[in-house]
Design a protein around this ligand. Sequence first.
Ligand SMILES: Nc1nc2c(ncn2[C@@H]2O[C@H](COP(=O)(O)OP(=O)(O)O)[C@@H](O)[C@H]2O)c(=O)[nH]1
Ligand SMILES: [Mg+2]
Length: 236
Amino acid sequence: MTTCIILPTYNERENLERLVQKIAALHLQEYELCVVDDASPDGTSEVAHTLSQTYPIHVCDRPGKLGLGSAYIEGFRYAMSQGARTILTMDCDLSHDPDDLPRLLEAARHADLVIGSRRVKGGSILGWSWWRTLASAGAMMISRTLLGIRTHDVTSGYRCYRRETLERIPLTSIQSNGYSFLEEILYHIERLGLRVVEVPVCYVDRTNGKSKLGTREIVKFFITIVRLKYGARAKT
Ligand SMILES: Nc1nc2c(ncn2[C@@H]2O[C@H](COP(=O)(O)OP(=O)(O)O)[C@@H](O)[C@H]2O)c(=O)[nH]1
Ligand SMILES: [Mg+2]
């Protein structure tokens, strides 16, 4: 396997099959999907296991809702253990268009991390409520200003990491377990001076199922900014 696509899932039963079919239709070379499911009450895992009889899918079944950040880490560990050279992450709700995958993979030939970005020229967000748009723009501005992150789309979960990039990040040192995992790992990658490239994507809000981003996660996002900023000061 050269490419591993990690799909964290929590109650994505209605979306998983369509996404898997769309990815299969791309005929990528030597790829495997890694579904990391947190015992979704809607039975996503059973759907994943059934699909794995037809498609190249590995299912990581976890005993409960352990969080998005740790789901990514679980997926990274699996991908690395299988020798993957490029490791992608994408949401399982069809917000991330699989047709963008080849562009992300192509960009990864010359970058350490590629971000499917909604916040560069050509990128867009469709279907968000005004408060989500506002909250996201505010979070982005604050994290970029306070942490000095140069990437425009800090919280995009549509990413392509080169194996070597993940090898340089001590994954156990990442304390965020939820959505702020994305800003924390990006912060470390930029601080190492690695090349981050943003590829414009159009993000379409989910039509099936519910978002798992709650107020708690938003609060944790800001706490993470403070923690990282404080840690950075202490080191210098
Ligand atoms: N395994 C796992 N997946 C999660 C968890 N929280 C969210 N996800 C998945 O992460 C992806 C992004 O979550 P989503 O709710 O769509 O967030 P949003 O797009 O920011 O509203 C989706 O595929 C979710 O099913 C979790 O605690 N564990
Ligand atoms: Mg989503």
